[in-house]
Design a protein around this ligand. Sequence first.
Ligand SMILES: Cc1cc2nc3c(=O)[nH]c(=O)nc-3n(C[C@H](O)[C@H](O)[C@H](O)COP(=O)(O)O)c2cc1C
Length: 167
Amino acid sequence: MHVFQPIPVDTMEFNPFESFGKDWALVSAGSKKKKNTMTVSWGGVGVLWGKNVAFIFIRDSRYTKEFLDAGEFFSISFMGKEYREALNYCGSHSGRNTDKVAEAGLTWNYKLSIPFIDEGSFVLLCHKLSAAKLTKDSFLSPEIAKWYADGDMHTMYIAEIIDLMAR
Ligand SMILES: Cc1cc2nc3c(=O)[nH]c(=O)nc-3n(C[C@H](O)[C@H](O)[C@H](O)COP(=O)(O)O)c2cc1C
């Protein structure tokens, strides 16, 4: 297991375009006993309701969504470029039928019983504040509809960042 140091969230040096958009991350939720993870490349961090927040977008079909909806917490583990293959694996296989983390050569770790990925270079622990389903009638640009041809809609999870850990 790696040793992670807590870092004050407001001192975080973070480029969302790079960390989410280019390097990708693993969103994990559940308990020590039953949990799942999946690759995400859409999301961000910011300030809302007087809190430091992270937001992610998860489609209805994802097994991870069941864990996100059932629990209060989740983690976002940001991965270095050397984990590209593992991220591709966790982004193309469902945890419904495989132990993805082991098969991708990754390891579970926990803080406050929240599962995260031990190989992450830094990890956000998040406490859910809102889960808002995006609906087609809210789209203002016709160009967006192409992302939802099969009706598999995103839910936006907005969560307070309760811990930032780096190693
Ligand atoms: C690079 C990449 C980025 C992805 N980003 C997202 C995302 O932001 N939201 C989402 O719902 N699915 C995203 N996916 C797809 C899920 O990771 C994929 O469907 C995964 O197999 C779901 O696993 P699960 O069913 O075990 O939860 C992404 C996949 C890849 C490869």
